[in-house]
Design a protein around this ligand. Sequence first.
Ligand code: BGC
Length: 766
Amino acid sequence: MILLDKHFVGKVLIFAFLYISAAACSGPGFTDPPLYLDPNASVDDRVEDLLARMTIEEKIGQMNQLDFSMINADDMGIINIDEEKVRNLVRNYHVGSFINGEAVPPEQWFAFVNTLTRVAMEESRLGIPIIYGIDHVHGASYMSETTVFPHAINLGATFDPRHSYNTGWVTALESADVGHHWNFAPTLDLGVNPIWPRLYETYGEDPHMASVMGRSYIEGYMGNEEIYPYRLASNAKHFIAYSDPVSGWDKTRVEIGMQQLYELHLPPFIAAMEAGLQTIMVNSSEVNGTPVHASYEFLTEMLRNQLGFEGVVLTDWDEVGKLVDFHRTAKNYKEATYMAVSAGIDMSMTPLHLNFFDSLLELYNEGRISEERINASVRRILRLKFQMGLFENPFPRNDRLDRIGSEESRQKALEAAQESIVLLKNNNSLLPLENPSRIILAGPSANSRKNLAGGWTLAWQGGDEDRYPEDMHTIYSALQQEFPDARIDFIEELPRTASPAFSRRLAQADVIIYAGGEEPYSEFIGNITDLNLPRVQKDEIALLSSGSTPLALVLVQGRPRIITETIEKADAFIHAGLPGFEGAEAIANVLSGVVNPSGRLPVSYPKFTGHYLNYNYKPSDLYFFHPDNQNHLEEPNPGTMLFTFGDGLSYTTFEYSDLELSEGELDKRGQITASVTVTNTGELAGKEPVLWYLTNITGKVSRPVKELKHFEKIHLEPGESATLSFIIEPEESLWYPDARGNRVYESGDFLVRAGGLSQRFTFSYR
Ligand code: BGC
């Protein structure tokens, strides 16, 4: 409360100062008090008024984004501000935005941003508030005591956009008050390359899924009215085609046909724009030979002229600099700045030096970059700040921080985690485990918190194990809670070979659970040369499966590590993805049957290290693989994948019947309603994602064997049926883009599919 009062007094003083200094620069045409400080004036008028008062240095400063380490007091640990550093950067370089950090408690973040704001407002002649950006990519994960949701790949696995909405909503609730204004999420890259280390940040391999989930995230994040009087800015990244590098390694080159780029990679960004997206972060790799940060074609012709995006385009980390020493497409920083600004960036995440400021000023002074060009970017940045209400409410607040990490929010994260667990094998109905009296538990994820949360949690590469909340379960502690009457025998160090004593120990258990997978990583730090599950884990699984005790394999992993031989040794297999802070409980709930699994794979699970295929492959992709060379169009899994997108088992069974179409034909203005009945034919209640696919049987541009066009998750009691429908409309579903992004409609036959059933209809383009 005292802090609040203090900050109220500070605020009054700063606004008084602002009126005086803005009035001081008033001249002919300027109103007094300044129009830009009038909350009742239109945003456009406020922007123009402010822009007209700014010096070129002040404008360039707004285009500059620096890392928090530039203003952190070095000798005081992380997230402790050094006021003098802020003063220097704002007074002399007019810096408009700061980013990044690590997890500290909300009060500490509040104090940091509060001081930063106060000093920045004091030092900024016109009182332009800073905007603070951060990677809260699965909940406010760069702050302690918050709710940490599953990563996006798990949200994809839920097949329920409600969970993506909740993630956005809770992230906003837990970010807004401490002054984290701008979140670098959602990631709308497509998870098409399973070895790419950022796969887990995506919603999976399907463009429709990424569009639906991304849109829901933005709606939840930007639509949260509980954060009033604040508003937050979302950011879709990384524009465009970042996720499919030739080598599979992060930030390396992408070679892609433009038709594929339009068809697969663009739709999620378009959906996000329709949902009100305000900012975009650029892909840090090169696409078809040009780094996207230097691509006028992508950043201006496509993004601005073709898609009509009017928001802020932000570079990725030091990407202007990387045009010089990473891509080697610019001979020095100044040329790199020229290239990036000419291509269309608005703000440079510089972020550890002032080269961008200096270079852009020089380019302006030399007449190579015009003031109009700078104005165009600054306008967009100021518009964002006005739209967010930052001029009226620049300061964070600490009077309702108790909303952070609430039971209610954690319950939302738990539900998302529960619905994201994918059961892929369950021989002899090993799961759910019924009253086990002795469980042997082993594997590197069995007693680890950090593995459940993955990268971008507490810190860039995930925090050290002891930084995670004490009340966060590991799989080990969650199993103890879930099976209070069982003895859980956790073996931390497994022997290399099975001695007779060890074999006896295994034989005494009812079940062995091996929890393996991956340790946290982010970005290129997660590059690997082999997608196989590490040898040591395969050997441990082999050892544990040497007796007759059934084995359940649980993989906590950001990408599908190949287990083609190993899975034969397991009776059950759960792909848990990266389920977040509530993940261990969710896994235990599925093992016990408290939760009936309803997650489905959002990416196809590769069978081979040398050959990957997404579910929406082209007919010719497998023509020579199939013995009969014909029927793979109809097959749910063509045999080159271990499991396919959409796969996942339940403890109950669902039957699909009566797939019917309202019409057998339609033209461009028509529509067909497809309906199907789904019945829970088992003995347990359960949830089933109903996935609707279309197949365009013949196309001048070869068509995928199937494309997801609609999905809906339903809950059915035993014996209960539901009839679901999907409305097929040409404008929505019966076209594809050409290599320029124009819509192509072709007359011909289509298949609509749901749950293994299919029906044919004819489309006449008239
Ligand atoms: C990543 C972005 C991230 C940014 C800021 C970059 O290296 O590619 O996804 O938002 O850093 O942390």
